[in-house]
Write a new protein. Structure first.
Length: 123
């Protein structure tokens, strides 16, 4: 006669959700149904949060680049356009890092962008 696993499997599943919900407030950490619901909700928010974090960092980098570019006499969009015309492949994260920590290197990128924009305007 074979042994069926349904009772043991159900117990293991419940334990897994309750272990994951440990530390949640109130009944959520003790009741299986609530623990399961909040576990899935927490997983969803964690997933969404990872996307929002990327969005927030990109926004921060753009703000930093814009501030540094305006101090050098260009707008952010003009700087990026000039760098694209010059075929300079540098991402926003690195540009922001240069703008904050190495302004002289950032100004070199600004010069390159300005030259390209002036060439474009002359044509």
């Amino acid at each position: 006669m074979r042994i069926k696993r349904s009772v043991h499997a159900r117990k293991k599943r419940r334990e897994r959700f309750l272990k994951a919900a440990k530390g949640y407030r109130g009944a959520i950490s003790r009741r299986y149904k609530l623990a399961k619901q909040h576990y899935y909700r927490a997983k969803w928010y964690a997933y969404v949060g990872r996307k929002i974090k990327k969005r927030d960092y990109r926004s921060l980098w753009i703000t930093r680049i814009n501030i540094a570019a305006r101090q050098s006499g260009l707008k952010y969009s003009q700087l990026i356009h000039g760098l694209k015309l010059a075929n300079v492949a540098v991402n926003r994260k690195m540009l922001a890092e240069l703008a904050v920590n190495d302004p002289s290197a950032f100004n070199e990128y600004v010069k390159v962008a300005k030259e390209q924009l002036e060439k474009r305007a002359a044509v």
